[in-house]
Design a protein around this ligand. Structure first.
Ligand SMILES: [Zn+2]
Length: 422
């Protein structure tokens, strides 16, 4: 079956970057330009979730303006996209005009009961899902019973119906045209989706008429913000490869867009699984969307700390405030951080630090004995503090543009793009 959909086609390798304070797009784009010189074609996707906009008090149009300006100033002739990240029916509207990539977040709808008649109709429509399923690329055939399909339909059908409603809403708000990339995300939930569940979800998404080009399942293991993967790498590898095989199968079987690929959320800094991902995409020729965001803001703080003087003082002030407001800052991110309070230095200790001590603690270099992943996660969710500092923070970014940019670009290029794609 060839694809039944007409939409803006998503490039093979897309890389999401977050520009929380709309001052980092140039440094971020520089990483893509450098990667291109090395022969890696990656399309930048500027993503900013509704949650981040609310915390910072910004508007999606500002992200668009910063991205457009960076592209114009640096003469980027490749594609680039703007992602309305983790939106739903009630939050999508202000993203419609500036965005051309929409991440429909239906994680909260998982488990909500669909109409029993819809569940029955789904099962009746998909006899091919039941029984022994040989899928190219998966050694052991999947065994799926009618009860499994029913259970998965009860778990996920409603969520796909909601995704369809958001998708249709965007299309009509865009004047009836589908000139955007659609992602469906289910990552911010408690339990990972298995490869058979992913197959059933994709069948349902196709039935709902959503031209999904990237799908973000919840993978096994912990994807904490800004730090390395925590989990069983071998199990992740198995699951990731099975998911790739399921996607290729679903594209053929259900006429989904040929560009459909996996999206890895909280994808920054997951250094221990990058070799696995790289091997899998190189072996299969599959595409990849990797989403990063806060890792970029942390590089801004690292740059300020490295600059010394007033900028280092500001970085210390941000840490002290973040520590003071820790509970409130962590609350919206509870499922995606793991901070051991005992490992957080006091504000007094940090106030006595040199530039090198601060950057050693914060920079994600696991070989540095000073590296502190607990401090890193706290600062990751601490961007609200910088937002509250307003112009003081933004002026510091401007004054120290060179050292901040060096860190932002280097982090993306050397610690992320090269290990994933080169
Ligand atoms: Zn996500």
């Amino acid at each position: 079956m060839s694809s039944k959909f007409i939409m803006k086609s998503c490039p093979k390798y897309t890389f999401g970057v977050g520009d929380r304070f709309a001052h980092g797009a140039h440094a971020q784009l520089t990483a893509f330009i450098e990667a291109k010189k090395l022969g890696i074609d990656i399309t930048p996707v500027w993503n900013k979730s509704n949650r981040e906009h609310l915390i910072i008090g910004s508007e999606p149009i500002q992200t668009r303006q910063a991205a457009d300006k960076a592209v114009a100033d640096l003469g980027w002739s490749g594609e680039y996209l703007l992602d309305a990240d983790h939106i739903n029916f009630s939050t999508v509207d202000r993203f419609v005009a500036p965005c051309d990539f929409f991440t429909l977040d239906v994680a909260d709808d998982i488990g909500e009961a669909a109409d029993p008649a819809d569940v029955e109709a789904f099962i009746a429509k998909h006899p091919e899902l039941i029984g022994t399923l040989s899928i190219e690329g998966i050694a052991k055939p999947l065994e799926i019973t009618r009860a499994d399909v029913e259970k998965a339909a009860n778990q996920f059908l409603k969520a796909t119906q909601k995704a369809a409603a958001i998708y249709q809403h965007i299309v009509s708000a865009k004047g009836g045209t589908d000139d955007f990339v659609t992602e469906v995300s289910m990552d911010e939930t408690d339990s990972p989706q298995t490869p058979p569940e992913l197959l059933i979800i994709l069948a349902a998404i196709s039935d709902q008429g959503i031209p999904v080009q990237t799908i973000a399942p919840k993978f096994t293991g912990r994807f904490n913000k800004g730090v390395d993967y925590v989990g069983d790498v071998a199990q992740f590898e198995q699951e990731f490869n099975d998911d790739l095989a399921v996607i290729a199968h679903a594209v053929k079987t259900y006429g989904l867009p040929a560009s459909l690929k996996l999206s890895v959320h909280s994808g920054s800094d997951k250094f221990s699984i990058y070799p696995v991902i790289k091997k899998a995409i190189q072996r299969t020729g599959a595409g990849l969307h990797i989403k990063t965001a806060g890792t970029n803001w942390l590089e801004e703080v690292i740059g300020l700390a490295e600059a010394g003087g007033d900028a280092l003082e500001l970085a210390k002030q941000i840490y002290a405030k973040a520590l003071e407001k820790k509970d409130a800052l962590c609350e919206p991110y509870a499922t995606v951080i793991d901070i051991n309070d005992a490992n957080l230095p006091s504000a007094e200790t940090v106030n006595g630090w040199t530039s090198e001590q601060y950057t050693s603690a914060l920079r994600h270099d696991q070989s540095n004995p000073g590296y502190n992943p607990d401090l890193r996660q706290l600062l990751h969710v601490g961007f609200k503090i910088a937002a509250q500092l307003g112009d003081t923070y933004l002026d510091a970014l401007k004054t120290n543009r060179e050292v901040v940019s060096k860190n932002v670009t280097g982090n993306l290029l050397d610690r992320h793009m090269k290990p994933l794609f080169l």
